[in-house]
Design a protein around this ligand. Structure first.
Ligand SMILES: Nc1ncnc2c1ncn2[C@@H]1O[C@H](COP(=O)(O)OP(=O)(O)OP(=O)(O)O)[C@@H](O)[C@H]1O
Ligand SMILES: Cc1ncc(CO)c(N)n1
Length: 262
């Protein structure tokens, strides 16, 4: 059985973070292991509290699982601070972990901050250059490229700027744009590959980013090339958003257990 590792934060409401990752990994019939970076007190309305683990203990969790299990892909989500980012980057190098999918999580769907501002440079300099693919949303793409958040800038321009940070591939997600299509753009430094679906009219997008990046990690682990991995993952997240889980009074989570096939 293929094995995937998620290094991310816990979402007590079960829709995002490590919980979303493990549900997604299970939906793809892949074995999931998890290294927890932080525990959030969170529900569909927002994040009420955060307790972050030490970098040392995050590293110890990685040592435990990597010395025993055999990962075909690794996904990172909420990394909370620079100490954890540095630890994760060092472990990725030490164990030569492959197919690293970096979701540069900065804020929750609710708007709550999940990464210390001072950590952004560490993400750019230490971790992103090790990634097979990074999956920023529009805002994260702007922060990583130093653009003004209110600036009107194309996904193509953002993807080209982001590619300079050193990841092999960049997938910029246009999910939060106001257009009629949910357009994501994959860039390898030479050509753009577009993945578009009609926008689903819903606010129930709690955990969409975590789910998409975990699905990409699974598909890479299963041996798909990046374009096919993103295509299959986009199909899955679209179905999961459409189906949705009617739980909670805020942004409902997606339905992770939709079929991964057509
Ligand atoms: N309303 C929607 N309809 C269709 N697809 C959507 C919608 N919202 C998001 N998506 C898709 O979901 C995937 C995740 O993108 P999104 O921009 O929501 O990530 P994110 O902001 O990182 O998520 P999160 O809120 O969990 O941090 C992308 O493929 C995006 O295009
Ligand atoms: C723990 C956690 N990670 C990531 C996200 C991004 O949606 C979230 N809301 N919570």
């Amino acid at each position: 059985m293929k094995q995937v590792l998620t290094i991310a934060g816990s979402d007590s409401s079960g829709g995002a973070g490590v919980q979303a990752d493990l549900k997604t990994i299970t939906a793809f019939d892949v074995y999931g292991a998890s290294v927890i970076t932080a525990v959030t007190a969170q529900n569909t309305l927002g994040v009420q509290g955060i307790e972050t683990l030490s970098g040392g203990f995050v590293g110890q969790q990685v040592d435990s699982v990597v010395s025993d299990l055999d990962f075909s892909a690794v996904k990172t989500g909420m990394l909370a601070n620079s100490e954890i980012i540095q630890t994760v980057a060092q472990k990725v190098k030490e164990y030569q972990l492959v197919n690293l999918v970096v979701d540069p999580v900065m804020v929750a769907t609710s708007g709550d901050l999940l990464l210390a501002k001072e950590a952004i440079n560490y993400l750019k300099e230490d971790l992103i250059p090790l990634a097979k693919v990074i999956t920023p949303n529009l805002n994260e793409a702007k922060v990583l490229t130093g653009k003004d958040l209110s600036e009107d800038i194309s996904l193509e321009e953002l993807a080209s700027e982001l590619h300079k940070l050193g990841a092999q591939y960049v997938l910029v997600k246009g999910g939060h744009q106001k257009q009629k299509v949910a357009r994501d753009l994959l860039y390898d430094g030479v050509k753009f590959n577009e993945f578009s679906t009609p926008r689903i009219k819903t606010a129930d997008t709690h955990g969409t980013g975590c789910t998409l990046s975990s699905a990409i990690a699974c598909n890479l682990a299963l041996g798909y090339q990046i374009e096919e991995a993103v295509k299959r993952s986009k199909k899955y997240i679209t179905k999961a958003i459409k189906s949705g889980c009617q739980v909670g009074a805020g942004n409902n989570p997606v339905d992770h257990f939709v079929s991964i096939e057509e």
